[in-house]
Design a protein around this ligand. Structure first.
Ligand SMILES: O=C(O)c1ccccc1N[C@@H]1O[C@H](COP(=O)(O)O)[C@@H](O)[C@H]1O
Length: 219
């Protein structure tokens, strides 16, 4: 999975629920959009809603479906209706489970204190990437909390998707410090739970570009 020297941090904006969100994310230049198929989330969409949102997506923007310990039949039924490019597993799914759907997939690792990232990387070696998110007991994700970025070993950074509490105000610093393959944001570009804001999305992308300038500075 090693990805060499990353020049441009990829960006996923997660938890889109409206066609106007898609327009804002595409105009701002993000690489991927996320649809949350976890009924307990305030950003949850049905397969029918996600299919409609996908119809508004132009080429070269990746559609990611987020699942949390969903039943395999539910995931398969979603895939029948929604043209997802990539699956994001955000629960306690096993590697065998994640690879059973014939799609590319990433695995979210919630950064519990005892997590050994090198061991997780080995365990999920079939994944197309590992996404690191903050751990909060009793919550599956989308918590708006950061974890200590210093816990990411530098030799794993180029394959990491960094998530958890990123905002327009901290994303440049996060990119400069961690040097990840990509970043993922949900709550940091919302004015209320599940309500994305075009100005915050734009500001987040500006922050990413600032972070890229800083990561690419010589010396
Ligand atoms: O967005 C959600 O509601 C969600 C629900 C359940 C699991 C994951 C969820 N979102 C993912 O959580 C991280 C961090 O989000 P935030 O930026 O801290 O709000 C991100 O990967 C989202 O895709």
């Amino acid at each position: 999975m090693r990805r060499g020297d990353i020049q441009r941090t990829r960006v996923k904006i997660c938890g889109l629920t409206r066609v106007s969100d898609i327009a804002a994310v595409v105009a701002a230049g993000a690489d991927a959009v996320g649809f949350v198929f976890h009924p307990a989330s305030p950003r949850a969409v049905t397969p029918e809603q996600a299919a409609q949102l996908c119809r508004a997506l132009p080429p070269f923007v990746t559609a990611v479906g987020l699942f949390v310990d969903a039943r395999p039949e539910a995931i398969a039924a979603t895939l029948e209706q929604v043209p997802l490019d990539l699956l994001q597993f955000h629960g306690d799914e096993s590697p065998g489970f994640c690879s059973a759907f014939g799609r590319r997939w990433i695995k979210a690792i919630r950064m519990r204190p005892e997590i050994n990232l090198a061991a997780e990387r080995e365990r999920f070696s079939g994944a197309d990437g590992l996404l690191l998110d903050a751990y909060e007991p009793g919550r599956a994700g989308g918590t708006g909390q950061c974890f200590d970025w210093a816990r990411i070993p530098p030799d794993l950074a180029s394959e990491i998707l960094l998530a958890g509490g990123l905002t327009p105000a901290n994303v440049a610093e996060a990119i400069e410090q961690v040097r990840p393959y990509g970043v993922d944001v949900s709550g940091g570009v919302e004015t209320a739970k599940g309500i994305k804001d075009p100005d915050l999305i734009f500001a987040f992308m500006q922050g990413v570009r600032d972070g890229d300038r800083r990561r690419n500075q010589p010396g």
